[in-house]
Design a protein around this ligand. Structure first.
Ligand code: B1M
Length: 210
């Protein structure tokens, strides 16, 4: 079994300590951090998702895998950074109300911070009013909304409409993303941008602020 396959298998078992060790070993052997993230960890979470859907894994096991993934991403964080430090702008970021998934959102946070953005992370299950409060307080250039459930996609629309109704919409750009989201949906809810992954989210944010 290759390094990356072993990482994927270990992620699925949820053994965080072993996973950290394997990720560190792979880095020491020269495997690029981005390969570990994309080909082993994100690929592993996709398998976890399939197992969850088919009833072969249950929520506590999925949570263990998610926790193991998060701790391993911490090791990769400095290596995925693109080294820029000057402030590229401010981003308010959160997973919309009703949705508790945060691994993808945290990757977006990491990529945006490493591209020089100051990111205010509102966490998960964020109500539209909380986004509005944060916009008033922090005056961001960009708001990022994440959703992983088809049932919470409509909350992206609610959030964008609430921002519009509060009169704050013209002062910022809105980027949305998450597995069920696509460009067509972004157009429908009048987001300014859609990003399929964390790397593109940070690129789009930079382009919007250029
Ligand atoms: Co949930 N879950 N989950 N889950 N979960 C999914 C999303 C699911 C696809 C699994 C499945 O059935 N195959 C399914 C959704 C089906 C659907 O609606 N289409 C699902 C379900 C059904 C549920 C529950 C309803 C299960 C239940 O209770 N019966 C429940 C809902 C809870 C809630 O939110 N209210 C639930 C719960 C959970 C856990 C809490 C156990 C756990 C989350 C832990 C956590 O996040 N801290 C969990 C997990 C881990 C998953 C899977 C397995 C993995 C998600 C993940 O972290 N992926 C997931 C299956 C899957 O995705 N394959 C699944 C890795 C991550 C890096 O990818 O988040 O897609 P992702 O982020 C990507 C891009 O989407 C993008 O960038 C990232 C990559 O670079 N991106 C953005 C994300 N946000 C962005 C924002 C942007 C731009 C890009 O701009 C701002």
């Amino acid at each position: 079994m290759s390094n990356l396959q072993l990482i994927t298998e270990t992620l699925i078992t949820g053994d965080g300590a072993k996973l950290k060790e394997l990720v560190q070993n792979a880095l020491d052997e020269g495997t690029p951090a981005n390969d570990i993230l994309q080909k082993a960890l994100i690929a592993g979470m996709d398998i976890v998702g399939e197992k969850m859907e088919s009833g072969d894994m249950f929520i506590p096991e999925v949570l263990m895998a998610a926790q193991a993934m998060s701790t391993s991403v911490e090791i990769l964080k400095p290596l995925l950074a693109d080294g820029e430090s000057a402030s590229a702008g401010k981003v308010v970021l959160g997973t919309v109300k009703g949705d508790l998934h945060d691994i993808g959102k945290n990757l977006v946070l990491m990529m945006m911070e490493s591209a020089g953005f100051e990111v205010i992370d509102l966490g998960v299950d964020v109500e539209p009013e909380k986004f509005i409060e944060a916009i008033r307080e922090h005056k961001p250039n960009i708001v990022g909304l994440s959703a992983l459930l088809t049932t919470t996609m409509s909350m992206m629309q609610n959030t964008i409409e609430s921002i519009e109704e509060s009169g704050l919409r013209d002062s910022l750009k809105i980027i949305i993303g998450g597995a069920p989201v696509n460009q067509e949906f972004a157009d429908k809810v009048k987001a300014d941008g859609y990003a399929p992954d964390a790397g593109s989210a940070s690129k789009i944010a930079k382009a919007m602020n250029a």
